[in-house]
Write a protein that binds this ligand. Structure first.
Ligand code: ZN
Length: 234
C-alpha cells in the first residue's frame, strides 16, 4: 500500500516539475516580448471597463507594487510587480490578478465565500502542512508516535482534507475565471499573436497550480499513513 502511494506521488511530482518548467519557459518568453503600453495602464483600462460588473463600488481597492503578482481578497489589494513594465508577461499577470478582483467582487456571495476559503487555506498552509512535514522529520521512529501526537495529527488530517476540497473546488474554479476575464480583454485589445500566447500561458499556469495542489493533496496523507500506520514496516 505505501509503495503504490509512493509511486503515485513520484509520478505527480514529475508532472508538477514538468509543468513548472514549461510555465517558466513561457514566463521567460513573455518577458522578452514587449508592448507599446505598460501593465499599469492596462490594469486601469480593464478596471474602468468592467466597473459595472462589480457588486458595489470598491472604494477601498489598493494597487501596489510588490515582488509578486497577487490579489488579496481580505485586504482588497492588487499587487503588480512593476507599474512601468511593458512586457507581455507583465500584462498577462496583471490582467489575471484584475480578473481575480473582478470575479471575486462580482457578488456579495462570491466575496464572502472566497474570503472564508482564503482563511481556511491559509491556516492549512501555515500550520497544518508544516506540522506534518515537521512530524515526519522529528518523529522517533523506534518508539513510534505518542497517543497525543496521533490525536493531533488525526484532527489535522481531517482539517487538511477539508481545506484541500475547498482549494480544488473554489481555488481551481477561481483560477479559471480570473484567466478567462484576462483572456477576454486580451482578445479584444491586443493582436492575435499576443492572444494565442496568452491562451497557452494561462493554460500552463492552471496546470502548474493543479499539479501542485494535487501533489500536496497526496503527499500529506502519505506522511500521515507512514508515520501512524506503516512506520514499523519501512
Ligand atoms: Zn490566480
Amino acid at each position: 500500500m505505501p509503495k503504490v502511494f509512493l509511486i503515485t506521488i513520484i509520478f505527480i511530482f514529475v508532472l508538477t516539475v514538468i509543468s513548472d518548467i514549461v510555465a517558466r519557459i513561457y514566463i521567460y518568453q513573455g518577458k522578452k516580448m514587449t508592448l507599446s503600453t505598460d501593465s499599469y495602464s492596462a490594469l486601469m483600462k480593464i478596471l474602468n471597463l468592467k466597473q459595472d460588473d462589480l457588486v458595489s463600488e470598491q472604494t477601498d481597492l489598493e494597487i501596489i507594487e510588490a515582488k509578486n503578482y497577487y490579489y488579496h481578497p481580505l485586504k482588497n489589494i492588487i499587487a503588480i510587480n512593476d507599474f512601468t513594465s511593458p512586457t507581455v508577461h507583465a500584462h498577462l499577470a496583471t490582467l489575471h490578478e484584475a480578473g481575480h478582483y473582478l470575479s471575486i467582487n462580482s457578488s456579495e456571495k462570491s466575496r464572502q465565500r472566497f474570503r472564508f476559503s482564503t482563511v481556511v487555506i491559509a491556516f492549512n498552509r501555515l500550520i497544518v502542512i508544516p506540522f506534518f512535514v515537521l512530524s515526519a522529520f522529528l518523529l522517533d521512529y523506534e518508539k513510534g508516535p505518542s497517543t497525543l501526537l496521533f490525536s493531533i495529527a488525526t484532527i489535522c488530517i481531517i482539517y487538511f482534507a477539508y481545506a484541500t476540497i475547498l482549494r480544488f473546488y473554489f481555488g481551481l474554479a477561481e483560477e479559471r475565471r480570473a484567466s478567462r476575464i484576462g483572456l477576454n480583454y486580451i482578445e479584444k485589445n491586443y493582436d492575435q499573436e499576443v492572444f494565442k500566447f496568452a491562451k497557452t500561458t494561462y493554460r500552463l499556469f492552471y496546470l502548474q497550480y493543479f499539479f501542485f495542489t494535487l501533489l500536496i493533496a497526496v503527499a500529506i496523507p502519505f506522511i500521515y499513513l507512514v508515520i501512524f500506520f506503516f512506520y514499523i514496516n519501512l
